[in-house]
Design a binder for this molecule. Structure first.
Ligand code: 5GP
Ligand code: ZN
Length: 119
């Protein structure tokens, strides 16, 4: 979709600080980070929401989750045993959740204590 910001990043038309990439998934740093690690993981193919994606292609949703795990690992947020610092995956879906880009994305947040519940 040429009018989709994240499709344009996949196409290389808008620069992205890429931290992980496979043939089907792209992960890049958020332009307005809310934590020391704030990375967005997307399928390269356009799907609006996680629900739309899991309906159309559940294996691709699994690839996106695997991409998020790879990012968390390389950012040092996953360790063996009980020493892991931890991280949060977020998929804002719809206006009340604050979704602003309508190409499904997982936020990978970590590197500081994260409050719960979120605001
Ligand atoms: P949402 O609110 O839809 O869950 O998240 C969209 C995210 O995309 C926001 O955290 C926002 O900072 C990020 N974002 C918006 N425009 C750009 C951009 O041009 N480049 C990057 N790297 N992130 C962006
Ligand atoms: Zn898109």
């Amino acid at each position: 979709m040429t009018d989709c910001l994240f499709c344009r990043m996949v196409a290389g038309e808008i620069p992205a600080d890429v931290v992980h990439e496979t043939d089907r998934v792209l992960a890049f740093r958020d332009i307005n980070p809310q934590a020391p690690t704030h990375v967005l993981v997307i399928p390269k193919e356009h799907h609006a929401t996680a629900g739309a994606l899991v309906t159309a292609d559940p294996e691709l949703l699994a690839d996106v989750v695997a991409g998020a795990h790879a990012v968390a690992t390389q950012e040092g947020l996953v360790a063996d045993g009980n020493a892991e610092p931890g991280y949060r995956l977020v998929a804002n879906t719809g206006p009340q959740a604050g979704q602003t880009v309508h190409h499904v994305h997982l936020h990978v947040l970590g590197g500081r204590g994260l409050g719960w519940p979120p605001g």
